[in-house]
Write a protein of this length. Sequence first.
Length: 225
Amino acid sequence: MAISELDGRTIPHETRLPAIMDALAGLAPGESLVLVAPHHPAKLLQILLREFPGRFEFGPLECGPAAWRWQFTARDPSLPRSVTGYLVWDHRRMEDLLDETSAAANAGRWEDAQRCASRYATALRRHADVEDEVLFPAYENACGGFGDGPTAHMRAEHIQVRAGIDSLVRAVDARDDAGVRAADELLRRVAIEHHAKEEEILFPSIDETFPQPELDALVQRLLLA
């Protein structure tokens, strides 16, 4: 399903922030909106977390230089925050982007495939970075360190995931049907199986490790990273 897009660059500067806030506030739980901004929406993200705590999941699709695209999905703020809730949302939107990339390439719609592959790459690289740099260190510190434990295994798989992303983007740019199929197969075997392991084992363990106030703070760090 196509997600509605709001191009904030077309809104006068003096009314831009209130207009964007109104559009986001009007989303019902489960509804999504893509915002196009002329710069990184750091101020907006901070305001949303302050004014609407627990109300939105969000993450990037494009990070400049001409435009910054951020995807927002409303959630029920009465439900407690969790690492599982946020990062599973991110997994599903990335898997949708991979599906869209492959479908466009298979249909010979190469410009669409390039756009989807670029957004998939932006989302998945950022997701892996956030886990490596924020989530895993927080979990390791809370547990007194793991050595060669589950987070080390996840980091190793992230190397394979990043290689798969690079292969997909190269194949789409080259309009290489066989290369796209090979990269898609690799990513489904590596990235999506990696997601499943995180969702079934790692994320629930992290959620159980932190008391709710600390968990809220950790999810906020992930959202803003």
